[in-house]
Design a binder for this molecule. Structure first.
Ligand code: TXA
Ligand code: MG
Length: 329
């Protein structure tokens, strides 16, 4: 496995490799993806194998231009078109009726396909060079924390991938929002890097699945996912000050105010390490640092990580979703 800087030559090489059946890790604005030619069943099978991902969990197909949608999916409604024109490129994945060109392995046999036009220039350049739509899940072992840096991919997947394109840290930091447009009102299957408000400003009210809803139609909704190996416990904001953890414990706090409150409380001394997701107390910043900090804490030899919930506004919903799925139930 090689890690390459995103020079024009290397982006071309990465694209050609994908076109020829290789599997390549590429940065997107959300997390690193592990890309394969979406029309090539053998390449897609290698992606499932590299991630140890069950084949019932379908992949997202990435395109570089709006026009490419018609290669993979139907545009089922005016709402779908409005979202594509208004919010793509960006961290929004749309579930659409699939075209026959997309192999069943990509969609786990579903009649629908997940499609995304990423905002990251490097991702789009690689897809253009590939000349085909690129099926790409997050570039991590199934169920583990998502990768937001090239070194996360190198550490987690190593030689199971052909190439890693290093685009630096992913600016959004949590996966795309997944929206099912085959029903009306559309339904959010996974809260993510695009806040609900932005979607509702374009198409009006959308549905939201509640946590613990039975029958996941999207395995991103599995109750346990995005999880570190270290047990993680999720608590209400401010609640860490009421704990007395034994062993080596880490605290994951939203902002400096929470940190100050914990340090002033008697509980403060029970935590060997205290980390803040957002120095400025906003959910965008918290999302961008979430996985990188969790990767570090997971490597830190702690017996437990205690995290506090964020306010649900903005990307707080997506961060809370990831923390919930990472946590012990
Ligand atoms: O931001 C992202 O979405 C990243 C980057 C690489 O684009 N990708 C990503 O892929 O998070 P992955 O495979 O880790 O998550 C894709 C999610 C899964 O929860 C999957 O179940 C859901 O999308 N999904 C894919 N196709 C679907 C379909 N046809 N119907 C319902 N859910 C689908
Ligand atoms: Mg994933």
């Amino acid at each position: 496995m090689e890690i390459l800087a995103p020079t024009p030559e290397n982006l071309e090489r990465a694209g050609k490799l994908i076109a020829g059946g290789g599997i390549v890790a590429i940065p997107t604005e959300t997390v690193y993806g592990l890309g394969a030619n979406a029309f090539d069943v053998r390449a897609v099978a290698r992606v499932f194998e590299a991630k140890a991902r069950p084949s019932f969990d379908p992949l997202i197909v990435h395109i570089a231009d709006l026009e490419a949608v018609e290669l993979v999916a139907e545009i089922p409604s005016a709402k779908a078109l409005a979202l594509m024109e208004g919010l793509w490129p960006g961290p929004l994945t749309l579930i659409l009726p699939k075209k026959a060109s997309i192999p069943d392995l990509v969609t786990s046999g579903l009649p629908t396909v997940a499609v995304r036009l990423p905002a990251h220039e490097i991702a789009r350049a690689v897809i253009r060079h590939a000349g085909v739509p690129v099926a790409a899940p997050s570039a991590n072992p199934f169920g583990y924390l998502s990768p937001t840096r090239a070194e996360h991919v190198a550490r987690l997947l190593g030689d199971r991938v052909d190439l890693i394109v290093d685009g630096g840290p992913c600016p959004v930091g949590v996966e795309s929002t997944v929206l099912d447009l085959t029903i009306d009102p559309p339904l959010v299957l996974r809260p993510g890097g695009l806040a609900l408000d932005a979607i509702e400003a374009v198409i009006g009210k959308v549905g939201l699945r509640e946590r613990g809803d039975a029958r996941p139609t999207s395995p991103g909704q599995l109750e346990s996912h995005y999880a570190p190996r270290t047990p993680l416990f999720l608590r209400a904001a401010g609640d860490l000050a009421n704990l007395e953890p034994s062993g080596k414990a880490a605290a994951l706090l939203f902002d400096p105010r929470s940190l100050a409150a914990l340090e002033e409380s008697p509980a403060g001394r029970f935590f060997q390490e205290k980390r803040v997701l957002s120095p400025n107390g906003n959910s965008l910043e918290a999302a961008a640092s979430l996985f990188a900090i969790l990767h570090e804490l997971d490597a830190g030899g702690f017996d437990a990580i205690y995290a506090e919930r964020l306010p649900e506004a903005g990307l707080g919903r997506a961060v809370n979703d990831r923390l919930y799925k990472a946590s012990e139930k």
